[in-house]
Design a protein around this ligand. Structure first.
Ligand code: ADP
Ligand code: GLC
Length: 473
């Protein structure tokens, strides 16, 4: 089977979060299963572009409304990522350093999708499935079916994966001229709540919809940032498939970004060395339990309550635990975290920014990883933590619920709580401290047990293949 993944992110080419990790790993595992999975994404100006060799495979031109543009498609020559990788360049739109966050993002991603459709419409054959990820590629199923220029793609089955329904890419109908000419009787397939909504359009037009965990699909039926009725309506073609992790990239026995490699036999010594390195870098006491947070500092991740939760935990538990935060996002949260860091120097430290290497050292060196997320479609951090023998402390939601069992339950290996509140976090920090100080045997057992849980893509990559098989001709 030939599968074309279309995405705005793919690690290590360009990553802003978990979407990049997923698209950088899933195709590799699908190829290992004997299929041909390829990735098509925009050609941003990231390091990966300049450090690798490319060949030009196609040049074309198209219109997005009044804007005429040329585009080119290049291919990485060696398939070093374990799959064929294609980058689409559009001068003036995609040639930027960052992936998102520009005023013209709507225009950028519409043009990208038009270029992808135009290029594919010129192929001498058709792939078995086109798999689109999140709203940046959500108009492709519509374009295949209802845009006159791409009519020859109308029969290609499409899968749309919702990584995060909070972001839908809506824009007003005043900008519909950016789309290629389409069958206007079908305008309803673009519309949701009087806006053109790429996420909603993909849910309506794709052959199958997947979400990145089973629990998230259930939750979306009740709360999906306005599209819950649509999710309910389309539930017959929807399925939740838990993300996996790239077990080659996230492997403490081989990871070159950490201070000391270890496996489950050497977990105690290995983690201790990494913790020492980390605590040395951030002026923290290596004898105290180290609780970390890694992620985008936004409301979805409940990062706004972190400063107060840390303060409260330090007061209530008399400074028995230390905290280390890596992340960037809302400036108010960043500033308040910096205040806590100055107030509790020696107990709390932060690295505001994005740092892939540091994140690996933190998964390896931390004792606990805190994820109080309000919304977590899947979450990869907790699975990385498990692989590195770091106890996840998670709110019971979405994929966190599906991957972490509380240590109060039979064979539990994590800490779960129900609410994204200061009091639930403070209470959970107390449980973490108690586990670390007073339940040493259990803590040792938990660490080696969690490192054995297989969260690699093997199982989920095969589940996706089943989904494709159910819709291919
Ligand atoms: P989301 O995609 O919602 O941000 P995920 O848990 O799926 O959440 O994935 C987050 C990914 O981004 C993980 O690989 C995590 O390690 C990484 N990450 C998030 N913030 C940072 C940061 N500041 N520095 C390095 N890596 C980060
Ligand atoms: C999104 C979600 C996250 C998920 C990731 C990869 O960014 O917020 O929970 O793990 O996509 O699917």
């Amino acid at each position: 089977m030939e599968i074309i993944h279309v995405s705005a992110e793919c690690f290590p080419v360009a990553k802003a979060g978990g979407l990049g990790d997923v698209v950088g790993a899933l195709p590799k595992y699908q190829n290992e299963l004997g299929h041909v999975a390829k990735v098509v994404m925009p050609m941003y100006r990231t390091k990966f572009l300049f450090q690798n060799e490319w060949e030009l495979v196609h040049e074309g031109s198209q219109n997005s409304g009044p804007h005429y543009f040329n585009y080119s498609v290049i291919r990485e020559k060696t398939n070093k990522l374990g799959f064929e990788l294609y980058l689409v360049d559009i001068n003036g739109l995609l040639d930027r350093e960052k992936i998102y966050g520009y005023d013209d993002d709507t225009r950028r991603f519409i043009a990208f999708q038009i270029a992808v459709c135009d290029w594919m419409s010129k192929w001498s054959y058709q792939p078995d499935v086109v798999h689109c990820h999140d709203h940046h590629t959500g108009l492709i199923p519509f374009m295949f079916q209802y845009c006159y220029s791409f009519k020859n793609l109308a029969n290609i089955p499409t899968v749309f994966t919702i990584h995060n329904a909070q972001y839908q890419g809506q824009f007003d109908w005043g900008q519909q001229h950016l789309l290629p000419a389409y069958d206007t009787y079908k305008w309803g397939m673009l519309d949701w709540d009087k806006l053109i909504n790429p996420l909603a359009s993909a849910i309506k037009c794709s052959s199958k919809v997947t979400t990145v965990s089973k629990s998230y699909l259930n939750e979306l039926r009740y709360e999906a940032n306005g599209v819950q009725n649509l999710i309910q309506y389309e539930q017959g073609k929807s399925i939740g498939i838990l993300n996996g992790i790239d077990a080659d990239v996230w492997d403490p026995s081989k990871d070159s970004m950490i201070a000391k490699n270890y496996d489950d036999h050497l977990v105690k010594e290995g983690k201790r060395k990494n913790k020492k390195e980390l605590c040395g870098m951030f002026g923290l006491d290596v004898e105290k339990p180290l609780i970390t947070f890694i992620g985008r500092l936004v409301g979805e991740k409940a990062a706004d309550i972190l400063p107060d939760a840390i303060r409260s935990s330090i007061y209530h538990h008399h400074g028995a635990a230390n905290f280390l935060i890596l992340g960037s996002g809302e400036s108010d949260v960043e500033n308040r975290l910096e205040e806590v860091k100055h107030q509790f120097s020696g107990y709390v430290n932060t690295h505001i920014g994005y740092n892939e290497t540091l994140s690996h050292l933190m998964y390896a060196g931390a004792d606990f990883l805190l994820m109080p997320s309000r919304v977590e479609p899947c979450g990869l951090n907790q699975m990385y933590a498990l692989r590195y023998g770091t106890v996840p402390m998670v709110r019971s939601t979405g994929g966190l619920k599906d991957t972490v069992r509380d240590f109060g339950e039979w064979q539990g290996y994590g800490i779960r709580f129900n609410h994204a509140t200061v009091s639930d976090i403070t209470y959970s920090v107390g449980r973490a401290i108690d586990l670390y100080q007073n339940k040493k045997d259990l803590y040792t057992w938990m660490r080696s047990y969690m490192m054995h849980i297989d969260h690699s893509w093997d199982a989920s990559a095969a589940e996706y293949i089943k989904v494709y098989e159910s819709i291919t001709r």
